[in-house]
Design a protein around this ligand. Structure first.
Ligand SMILES: NC(=O)c1ccc[n+]([C@@H]2O[C@H](COP(=O)([O-])OP(=O)(O)OC[C@H]3O[C@@H](n4cnc5c(N)ncnc54)[C@H](O)[C@@H]3O)[C@@H](O)[C@H]2O)c1
Length: 330
């Protein structure tokens, strides 16, 4: 693949970021990572820190001047630093970080005249008709429901990116990720339902299912997600495009809980309890069905997810167990 010698990554210590750093180093690139460690830490880069060609810097990616200086030699930028769905609060910070961070990353990419891959989300589709196509309608809920702040911030970023592409020549590709999971993910709700189901079961507790469990999602193993980034950066035809990065294996959340329990070797009735949206506050609303069209990713990037849920789950369970052993040993 035709990748730049040096790549700059924001959010490098996070779940997707850390996996991306590893993949790019494996591809022979040098990587300069920025992270403020607000939702991660250098320990998430265990086995990667210290590898030749990797440098990790700690600061807020909204520091445009510093990013401009540190990324002076990069041939491409991957912008991942962001806050995710504010399920339990912190929505104002989500808006500020996601908008301010993208403004910085885009400005730096434009100034350096290098391509930038922007990380958007399937959440921007909201409750649109499925399968979600990149040129389809967006159906977001009202701003009185704080959880939509995430989708609104990323949707604003997408508009900003494309307007800067049209009017200023920004070389930007936009990836809409669908529920990534796997190693180096946050072992809490921040890491999504799969992460928290595993942690609940490892704690000997019931899995917490938000809503009625009938929501449908498409879980994508992180190596497939990261493959989308690498291909986007190496594909000039991806510039100016919005592309779904996903696995087309829809699963109901209640069925996912059962699959996780079975994969953990726990027999008997489903160990799960329902948590109502009302109890979560903030006028919480959910996306009911999130199923992608992956036609564009295949056509432009040659990207097709490879890892089946059962296989990805096995690796993820092993990693959660390893994380616990490390905590005990520390
Ligand atoms: N994980 C998913 O399923 C998923 C789905 C859709 C979109 N995304 C997007 O992918 C990107 C990465 O998500 P993730 O799951 O790895 O999340 P994550 O929280 O693990 O990683 C984000 C990283 O950004 C850092 N960060 C936050 N604010 C920062 C700031 N102001 N300056 C510098 N660093 C900052 C955090 O410390 C964290 O390490 C995000 O943009 C997210 O919106 C993820």
């Amino acid at each position: 693949m035709n990748l730049p010698d040096i790549v700059g990554i924001t959010g490098a210590a996070g779940f997707v970021g850390a996996n991306l750093v590893e993949r790019l180093l494996d591809e022979g690139c040098k990587v300069i990572g920025i992270d403020d460690f607000s939702m991660s830490g250098p320990e998430n880069l265990r086995g990667i820190l210290g590898r030749p060609g990797f440098e990790l810097l700690e600061y807020d990616c909204r520091d445009t001047a510093r990013m401009r200086k540190d990324f002076a030699e990069v041939g491409g930028i991957m912008h991942l630093a962001a806050c995710k769905i504010p399920r339990f609060g912190g929505a104002l910070n989500t808006m500020q970080v996601n908008v301010g961070g993208s403004e910085s990353a885009f400005e730096v990419a434009l100034d350096l005249d290098v391509p930038v891959v922007f990380t958007s989300t399937s959440d921007v589709y909201g409750n649109a008709a499925t399968p979600f196509r990149e040129d389809g309608e967006i159906v977001l809920g009202p701003p009185t429901s704080r959880r939509w702040s995430y989708a609104a911030s990323k949707y604003y970023d997408e508009h900003l990116a494309l307007r800067m592409h049209e009017e200023n020549g920004l070389q930007v590709s936009i990836l809409r990720l669908f529920n990534a999971y796997g190693v180096r993910n946050h072992p809490s709700w921040w890491g999504g339902p799969l992460s928290v189901f595993l942690e609940d079961l490892l704690d000997g507790k019931e899995m917490e299912i938000h809503g009625d469990g009938q929501q449908v999602r498409s879980f994508t193993y992180v190596s497939d997600t990261v493959d989308g980034f690498v291909r986007a950066l190496a594909t000039p035809e991806a510039v100016g495009e919005v592309i779904n990065i996903a696995n087309e294996e829809p699963v109901k959340i209640i069925d996912l809980a059962q699959t996780v329990q079975t994969a953990m070797g726990i027999e008997g009735d489903l160990r799960a309890k329902i948590v109502s949206y009302e109890s979560m506050g903030g006028n919480y609303q959910d996306v009911k069905i999130r199923v992608p069209s992956t036609e564009k990713a295949e056509r432009i990037l040659g990207h097709k997810a490879q890892v089946k849920l059962e296989e990805g789950l096995e690796k993820t369970i092993a990693w959660h167990r390893e994380l616990r052993e490390l905590k005990v040993a520390a």
